[in-house]
Design a protein around this ligand. Structure first.
Ligand SMILES: [Zn+2]
Length: 251
């Protein structure tokens, strides 16, 4: 699927970072494997939220640096394969995203799907699991933080919240982050808004964090706030401070 000159699907920052915080970015990139010929999607659509989580790579890079935290970032567009979906789900290679048809995802064979899984999904998730297993073997504490961003307007519905805290069965870290974010005083904070984690819509948290019993949270930041370097730095600074506080509070 990928030629040697195409981006590696996985980018690991600070593999030996000292922080308990472990960051992931399932939707940090928007590359399309050359062999998929752009999926038949107009180039302008690839700038939109349907292709990736706008701004989250910049936030997560800065946050990794500020905390000395390991971060694992995925380089390919979620339109090629969504690494926060089980590959057997239709939503892993959507034929429509918001209102945009994705012609290159029509009529995929099992072999077509398997090729994308092998090239992108498996290396990404295997790397995460390898790093988490190594930390466990070394007796290291891990707080799993999945970093995402959300569009300010979806299917015509405007979203006023700046940040969302997503959780599932284990609310230890989500409750602490909700407290800390609400105490900032200048934010509208979503609790399982604008999305919620479920077993039918998410892969990374259920598989890695819940699967290994790790304390975890999923964060969603509104994309217009982190579209440029200044916004990314401001939100990374804020989250570096709050995640340090959460780490200390969870104990
Ligand atoms: Zn995302």
């Amino acid at each position: 699927m990928l030629d040697p000159d195409e981006p590696n699907p996985v980018r690991v920052l600070r593999e030996d970072g000292a922080s308990s915080i472990f960051l992931t970015g399932d939707h940090a990139g928007r590359a399309i494997p050359r062999r998929l010929r752009g999926l038949g999607v107009p180039l302008a659509e690839m700038d939109r939220h349907i292709a990736w989580d706008i701004g989250i790579a910049g936030v997560t890079e800065r946050l990794s640096e500020a905390l000395d935290a390991t971060a694992v970032l995925q380089a390919y567009s979620r339109l090629a394969i969504d690494c926060n979906r089980d590959p057997s789900w239709a939503s892993a290679m959507p034929v429509v995203s918001e209102y945009t048809p994705i012609p290159g995802n029509e009529g995929l064979t099992d072999a077509d799907r398997a090729a994308r899984v092998a090239a992108i999904f498996t290396p990404y998730h295997d790397r995460i699991r390898g790093l988490l297993d190594a930390r466990a073997a070394a007796g290291r504490r891990t707080l799993f933080v999945a970093m995402h961003s959300f569009t300010p307007s979806f299917k015509g519905e405007r979203r006023d919240m700046q940040v969302g805290v997503l959780f599932h069965r284990d609310v230890r870290m989500a409750n602490v982050m909700l407290d800390l974010l609400r105490a900032e005083g200048d934010l509208i904070v979503g609790a399982n808004e604008p999305y919620a984690i479920t077993d039918d819509s998410d892969y990374s948290v259920p598989t890695h964090a819940e699967g290994l019993g790790l304390v975890h949270v999923e964060i969603e930041i509104r994309q217009d706030l982190i579209a440029d370097a200044a916004g990314q730095t401001a939100w990374a600074d804020r989250f570096a401070r709050l995640l340090r506080a959460a780490d200390a509070r969870i104990g």
